[in-house]
Design a protein around this ligand. Structure first.
Ligand code: NAD
Length: 374
């Protein structure tokens, strides 16, 4: 008997409120990708392209839906003139990358006529974006030599550091992190690495973890960081927990283990269930820095590429994360709500105030060329 067709995919897309979802398949290069355009109200949807070995297409779809929605909030709260989008490529980022694969992806991006602008993300690199650029100009995070902004991770880390300081000011009465114990999950990665640098400079005692322990060696040598086990990060007796690996790490199993006063990290979608887990953290007296607020430095950096890249301007704008986070904490206290809801409301309010029509806007290439200033 023939299997019944279901509308599960449409339901998933509708429940996340997306404008458009594009499935990209190119047999010759092995490309299987999904592009999620959540909102173009504020501008073209800008967001990175993740390459990950998803177990199935549903997991990949859910990831791209959540990530692209997060990008809408991130851009809105950072005050940028871009919307929210993201892409995922299904595959092993250690063994399945090729020029043909990224060029095929680039052609799909080009087909969206500037409604979506891509960049690097987990599992993809600046080099991969060079291949994408062979097919489309709607790509950021390209090498500095090619007029781009290069790896966004150092700027992301700087923003996380600023957000962490704002949280410390609330919890400890001073934004100084000197002497604080900070646990970093995924410390061997791009952002984790740079974050360790900023924190070490301020006299933080670092506790680092990564599934690839060899990536932590220089942190031990250069910053006197202490390595802790992958499963020990949640229950570790420290002041701040900073997730810098993958999402959904704040959940029913991990929250009861937490001994820290602050959760502030770079990883996207840290809360497995936004409302539920933000509330439980609040009830337990743990201050949560919404991920899309404090990790927006990377987006600010690639966005700055569209205007003609200037690193100082990107860093200055990123330093404003301190004030944005302070404001969110104030609202959450005054209005008795979680920091996550307070932040989301600010983002949604901005998007709604700009959206004076329900029509989807079309961003033609020429607009992007003007924005890029090249
Ligand atoms: P990355 O791939 O360079 O680093 C992630 C690190 O986490 C890797 O070293 C990996 O081995 C490690 N890891 C994976 N699973 C782990 C686990 N269970 N326990 C411990 N370590 C684990 O990625 P990145 O660019 O540093 O990004 C880290 C996070 O920050 C991601 O969630 C990403 O979406 C988010 N983010 C990154 C940027 C950026 O500029 N790179 C910007 C915004 C958000």
């Amino acid at each position: 008997m023939m299997e019944k067709a279901t509308f599960g995919t449409f339901n998933m897309i509708e429940s996340h409120g997306h404008e458009q979802v594009v499935y990209c398949s190119h047999k010759e290069s092995g490309l299987k990708a999904i592009i999620g355009i959540h909102s173009t109200t504020l501008g073209p949807a800008l967001g990175g392209c993740r390459m990950w070995n998803y177990a199935n297409g549903e997991d990949a779809l859910l990831d791209v839906l959540r990530l692209s929605k997060g990008m809408t909030y991130k851009a809105a709260i950072a005050g940028l003139n871009v919307g929210g989008g993201k892409a995922v490529i299904i595959g092993d980022n250690r063994t399945q990358k090729s020029e043909a694969l990224f060029r095929a992806f680039g052609r799909f991006v080009e087909g969206l006529s500037g409604r979506y602008i891509t960049a690097e993300d987990v599992g993809t690199s600046v080099k991969d974006m060079e291949y994408v650029m062979m097919e489309t100009r709607n790509v950021t995070g390209i090498p500095i030599e090619l007029g781009g902004s290069g790896d966004p991770s150092p700027v992301t880390a700087y923003g996380v550091y600023m957000g962490m300081k704002a949280c410390a000011k609330e919890v400890y009465g001073s934004d100084s992190l000197e002497g604080k114990k900070v646990v970093i999950q995924g410390a061997g990665g791009h952002v984790g690495n740079h974050l360790c640098g900023y924190l070490h400079k301020e006299g933080v005692k670092l506790f680092v973890s990564d599934i690839y322990e060899d990536k932590l060696k220089h942190l031990v040598e250069d910053y006197k960081a202490e390595v802790i086990g992958v499963d020990d990060v949640y229950g570790f007796d420290a002041d701040i927990f900073s997730p810098a690996a993958l999402g959904s790490v704040i959940n029913d199993e991990t929250i009861p283990q937490l001994k820290v006063k602050i959760v502030a990290g770079a990883a996207n979608n840290q809360l497995k269930d936004e409302d539920k887990h933000a509330s439980i953290l609040r009830e337990r007296g743990i201050l949560y820095a919404p991920d899309y607020v404090i990790n927006s430095g990377g987006l600010i950096n690639v966005h700055s590429e569209l205007e003609g890249y200037n690193r100082d301007r990107a860093l200055k704008k990123t330093s404003e994360i301190f004030d944005v986070m302070t404001n969110i904490i104030e609202i959450s206290k005054k209005e008795n709500k979680t920091t996550d809801i307070a932040a989301r409301e600010i983002a949604i309010k901005r998007v709604e105030s700009v959206s004076n029509s329900k029509k989807i806007r079309i961003y033609r290439d020429k607009n992007l060329f003007n924005m890029r200033n090249i």
